[in-house]
Design a protein around this ligand. Structure first.
Ligand SMILES: [Zn+2]
Length: 231
């Protein structure tokens, strides 16, 4: 089912706020966004947002836009629970914005894999969720939200894709071990590769003769269920 609901008006505070997060993610990642300026309500009950293939974004009104509005309109420091909800809302937008900095590439080139094959999807969600958690405080500072709710930075938030991030960490660790590159070099190479070329990027870092201990694509065989609403 498509989760694309009503458009968020472009002159609304909500729209301008999301746009500021997208610009901040562009700046912090050093990568241009594919965002086409379209922002819609997310309608699926089990999802808080999504990045659309065509460059649009959806966000949940209840889980994202309301907590964000409250941060600015409450006129008081938020409670612990409200801070958690707010941080998760910011994480969702940072997550979707980071998806939009990734190019799809061409799955028909050598080493290419369909962007929506389960193994490519694991890497895309794993890389994206980890980047969002590592950079959310920088975004909160960058867009001025830290001045409004100073207690928001440093709050510990839930990982929406614990299995995906763990699997991605394993791929990064294994590829670093085999290639002699540092884990952060491998992660950067994966982040910068087109979505259809990620496994080719893993293989490119490895000596041609070295057989990996296990086929990295075996992550495909595991069933991944996000523990909370997907983004
Ligand atoms: Zn995602």
């Amino acid at each position: 089912m498509s989760g694309v609901g009503r458009p968020i008006p472009r002159n609304s505070n909500e729209y301008l706020w999301v746009a500021s997060v997208i610009r901040s993610v562009e700046k912090l990642s050093g990568t241009p966004s594919r965002w086409n300026g379209e922002l819609h309500e997310e309608l699926r009950a089990n999802a808080v947002g999504s990045a659309l293939d065509g460059g649009g974004m959806t966000v949940s009104v209840d889980n994202v836009l309301k907590p964000v509005a409250q941060a600015y309109t409450a006129g008081r420091p938020l409670t612990e629970t409200e801070l958690l909800e707010l941080r998760d809302a910011v994480l969702t937008v940072v997550h979707e914005a980071y998806h939009l900095t990734h190019e799809f590439g061409d799955e028909n080139t050598p080493g290419g894999a369909p962007a929506y094959s389960p193994d490519a999807l694991v890497l895309e969600e794993g890389l994206t969720e980890t980047w969002a958690h590592r950079n959310v405080d920088a975004v909160i500072q960058d867009i001025g939200l830290a001045q409004v709710q100073p207690e928001l930075t440093g709050v510990v938030s839930f990982d929406s894709y614990p299995a995906y991030t763990a699997a991605t960490d394993e791929v990064v660790r294994g590829a670093a071990e085999i290639s002699g590159l540092s884990p952060s070099q491998v992660r950067t190479a994966l982040e910068q590769a087109d979505r259809t070329q990620r496994w080719a990027a893993v293989a490119a870092g490895q000596p041609a003769t070295a057989a990996p201990q296990s086929d990295p694509r075996s992550v495909d065989g595991v069933s991944y269920q996000p523990c909370s609403a997907s983004r």
